[in-house]
Design a protein. Structure first.
Length: 505
């Protein structure tokens, strides 16, 4: 049973009184003719001509101040706030008393009347009638003002604790307008990505979320069971293998924006459920994909923010193309002192790392690819603040990419880095079915059974490749990370409406 606070009990008592008087606190119908901003705009456009603007508004009661026979109040809708002028001359004393005593901050109300401008100059609604639309039982958190010794007033947000905000996003959105704006801009980011790719001739598609075999990325999947089919299924970790099947079917430029699921750790840049963009482009290679990527990200920034120069933490970042290109070998050598090209085996590379950095603790059982990834994350990645394409990766951590001609240990892969973290990942995709099958076999042999980097052999994907797959460039980017970057949010929780959290108990 719910345990109510003293304030909630008072509001519940009001609810009982309303119902005893035959007043429905949660009516089935509401009526609204204007949003708050629309009503204000229409009034201002016709104010000089003396045209009367009648309107019905609806929103949440955010402030109320009684001054005897007159009450000034504010309601907030999805567009903004507007003042209500409630007076006994029009409504009668009994109705004004009802407004003051029975309505609480947080209640949703409907008010109709005529727009006018008060003596103080605020455009307001002169209320001729009002009704309750939804009673608020639990009071919303209220903003607090702090007065400093010099008289400066600082307004603290109504809800500030990060975990509480994430757990009660509904309250966070209700009391913090800047949070609502964050998610409006996130939606604009997604629309801009779609518009850019559509204009480039890409076709937006949908591929299965429940898959009989996971693949396309290095991650541990979530497993479920399909009762009717009597088989285990996996929530997808990537769209890649299904999108590339479409290239086999002569859909030459395809993309998908949707949810991926990876059964892995939670951090400031990881959530088990996240939004991904992937596209595949027939007859293109990773250099062409680099050019398209920098154009796309800068386009989105310009459309959503009106600029390609952004701020992230203490960094001023310029997203204007072209972005810096840096070969992985060169970058790792410059930042760690280890030349990965000189060490062809995991054992040799491990010794080189320990020799150069005795205090570092890489896994002595790690593959060569994982040791290179260790050098990247420990030494190089934190230095990549301005947009940088890091390219040419070890083959054994890139089983779906084409090898560089003449160098079978290195593949045509790049990752885009901004502000010290990975933003995107792309390949010149492997389209040789025999080479692909051999790599799947090698992955199964080189990694432990429960290793996240292990890729299962997908026979149906190989069958599709055997029909013939055009050469192509592929790309993947976490939309949540792009939103973090563009909106200067330092945790992925800030750009997810409902992030994954442990149970409160």
């Amino acid at each position: 049973m719910t345990e109510y606070t003293s304030l909630e009990k008072i509001r519940l008592q009001k609810l009982e009184e309303l119902r005893a008087e035959g007043i429905e606190a949660y009516p089935t119908r509401a009526r609204r003719t204007h949003m708050s901003t629309e009503a204000i705009s229409e009034f201002e456009s016709k104010e000089k001509n003396g045209v009367e603007i009648k309107t019905t508004l609806a929103g949440r009661l955010r402030a109320s101040r009684s001054m005897g026979k007159v009450t000034f109040a504010h309601i907030e809708d999805g567009a903004g706030k507007i003042q209500l002028f409630v007076r006994a001359n029009e409504l009668g004393k009994e109705r004004v008393d009802f407004f003051n005593k029975m309505l609480d901050l947080g209640d949703f109300i409907q008010a109709e009347g005529v727009m006018f401008r008060t003596k103080s100059g605020e455009v307001s609604l002169h209320v001729h009638d009002f009704s309750l639309l939804a009673k608020s039982i639990s009071p919303l958190p209220a903003a607090k003002d702090e007065t400093l010794e010099d008289g400066t007033v600082i307004r603290h947000a109504a809800l500030e604790h990060p975990e509480l905000r994430a757990r009660q996003r509904y309250a966070d959105l209700a009391v913090n307008p800047q949070v609502r704006e964050t998610f409006r801009k996130r939606a604009a980011i997604v629309r801009s990505l779609q518009n850019f790719l559509d204009d480039q001739g890409f076709l937006e598609v949908e591929t299965p979320i429940l898959q009989p075999l996971y693949g396309g990325a290095a991650a541990r999947p979530f497993t479920t069971h399909h009762n009717e089919l009597e088989q285990d299924m996996y929530l997808r970790i990537s769209f890649e293998l299904y999108l590339k099947r479409l290239l086999v079917g002569n859909l030459e430029k395809v993309y998908e924006i949707g949810r991926d699921f990876r059964n892995e750790g939670v951090s400031f840049k990881h959530n088990p459920e996240f939004t991904q963009l992937e596209f595949y482009w027939a007859y293109a290679d990773y250099f062409q994909v680099m050019e398209l990527t920098e154009q796309m990200v800068s386009y989105v920034a310009d459309k959503v923010l009106g600029t390609q120069k952004i701020k992230f933490k203490e960094h001023e970042i310029d997203l204007t193309p072209p972005w810096k290109r840096l070969e992985m070998r060169t970058g790792i050598l410059e930042t760690s002192g280890v030349d990965i090209a000189e060490h062809k085996t995991a054992e040799e590379l491990f010794k080189a790392i320990k020799s150069e950095h005795p205090k570092q603790t890489p896994d002595p059982k790690a593959t060569r690819g994982k040791l290179i990834d260790f050098l990247l994350s420990e030494f190089l990645e934190p230095t990549l603040i301005q947009p940088t394409f890091l390219y040419n990766y070890p083959r054994d951590i890139s089983p779906l990419a084409k090898s560089i001609p003449g160098d079978p240990l290195t593949v045509e892969r790049f990752e885009g880095y901004v502000a010290g973290f990975e933003l995107c990942n792309a390949f010149t995709e492997l389209n040789d079915p025999l080479d692909q099958e051999q790599r799947f076999i090698e992955m199964g042999r080189d990694y432990e059974a429960d290793d996240e980097e292990k890729h299962p052999l997908d026979e149906d994907y190989l069958r599709a490749m055997r029909y013939g797959m055009p050469p192509n460039g592929g790309f993947g980017m976490g939309v949540d990370r792009l939103a973090m970057l563009l909106l200067n949010k330092h945790s992925i929780r800030e750009v997810l409406l409902f992030p994954a959290l442990r149970n409160e108990e």
